[in-house]
Design a protein. Structure first.
Length: 427
């Protein structure tokens, strides 16, 4: 230490003054002759001077927190490296213990390691829960975004579980409705009332909104009386009054989305809103009712992404026809070419075209200078590629020529098996 060095320096100075060259010192070591009074006086004076020099040394300014503890700079570095290593090992061990606890608890209850691990972390008082646990629970909502990752809504019956996995203990979901009414579910169960809900995740004291995503709860099918819900005319589905459909795909829907003036602009995906799929009749009647399958929306978003990857702008995508009520499918608009079991009545079919220039017709997608059915085939080719990559979304795709009332377009659905055709009129 610096003080020790300074003390040695003082001692060295004293030795220089009283060392081998000091006659008195040589006399004291060279002879056993008794010392006189003058020698004692000189020794006393020297001792007093040495003590004063030590007392008045100016201490060195501390250079670290360990200076006064007597630890050298090298010792301080060794201590710091050792401390950081111990802390890193402790953090790794704690993380492993949380994951190991989750894995050990996975069993007959069917709870995933992710859910169990999060629950264990929430129950551990010393864990820094809010930052990483909230993010981990948010990942449970990722499958709701679909295979495209672009869905912005989950359509559910009242009281239905909206997640594939249960939420960990200590977390819940808050649903906020249009009237600012809130209901908190300890799990992830849809509210009992129909409507469009925003979602927020609650983890302990932390609240985090689920951004750009809505839960849409259905109005039960039983609310339809004599073909109507309120003043809105819907009609009746085949097999509604009896008989067994050839496939569950032709069973009447479980319920309806209630679309109001206030919620009609709710995005169900990156490109599509509720109002895009409404039946084209009863313009002045509100609320309206809609059947919509998010698998269809997911598939169309994948088709648009495929086109965009090939340099085709899709910002002008238009839904020419989405959901059709049974009464409209039978007699509304131009009914030529429509099937009595049209997928449009089941909410999993749409007719679309790309109109980036806003003229109301299909654009020249193949860039041959003309607008015709070949442009519709550009979209059909994208549908083929999407179905190969995503077999769960397989379905029908029909290309339609233009006529006096509309340009060429493409019908897309998710009927569950592959079908292709060329059509005229409406699909």
């Amino acid at each position: 230490m610096n003080i020790d060095r300074e003390r040695r320096a003082v001692n060295g100075g004293t030795e220089a003054r009283h060392g081998k060259d000091d006659p008195a010192r040589r006399t004291s070591h060279a002879s056993s002759t008794p010392r006189g009074p003058d020698a004692f006086i000189r020794d006393a004076a020297s001792a007093i001077l040495h003590t004063a020099e030590l007392a008045f040394l100016i201490p060195e300014r501390p250079t670290s927190r360990w200076h006064r503890a007597g630890i050298s700079r090298r010792g301080e570095k060794i201590f710091d490296v050792t401390s950081y290593t111990v802390l890193a090992l402790f953090a790794a061990a704690w993380t492993w213990s949380v994951a190991h606890t989750g894995m050990k608890n996975l069993g007959s209850a069917g709870v995933s390691p992710v859910t169990s691990g999060i629950a264990a972390a929430l129950s551990y008082a010393d864990a820094p829960t809010a930052p990483f646990v909230t993010e981990a629970v948010m990942n449970l909502f990722a499958p709701l975004r679909g295979e495209s990752g672009k869905l912005r809504a989950r359509i559910s019956s009242a009281g239905e579980q909206i997640l594939a996995e249960p939420l960990p203990t200590g977390t819940s979901v808050r649903f906020s409705g249009p009237a600012a009414a809130e209901s908190t579910a300890a799990g992830a169960t849809a509210p009992r009332r129909s409507g469009v809900w925003s979602l927020a995740l609650i983890v302990g004291a932390a609240i985090r909104p689920v951004d750009q995503f809505s839960l849409i709860t259905l109005t039960p099918f039983s609310e339809k009386r004599r073909g109507k819900i309120g003043p809105y005319n819907i009609g009746s589905w085949p097999y509604e009054r009896g008989g067994k459909p050839r496939s569950p795909k032709f069973a009447p829907p479980a319920g309806f989305i209630e679309v109001t003036r206030a919620n009609q602009d709710t995005y169900v995906s990156e490109h599509f809103r509720l109002r895009d799929f409404l039946t084209h009749d009863q313009v002045a009647v509100w609320p309206k009712y809609l059947v919509l399958d998010t698998k269809l929306i997911d598939k169309m978003e994948l088709v648009l992404s495929d086109l965009a990857e090939r340099g085709i702008s899709t910002k002008g995508v238009r839904v020419m026809s989405g959901f059709r009520t049974p009464q409209y499918n039978t007699g509304g608009g131009d009914a030529r070419g429509r099937s009595s079991l049209s997928r449009h009545m089941y909410g999993d079919a749409s007719d679309i075209f790309i109109d980036n220039n806003g003229d109301g017709n299909m654009d020249d997608l193949n860039r041959d200078g003309r607008v015709n059915i070949r442009d519709a085939r550009v979209i059909e080719a994208a549908v083929d590629r999407v179905e190969r990559a995503h077999p769960a979304l397989v379905g029908g795709c029909g290309v339609y020529t233009g006529n006096a009332s509309h340009g060429p377009f493409v019908h897309i659905d998710t009927r569950g098996y592959r079908a292709r055709w060329i059509g005229t009129g409406d699909s």
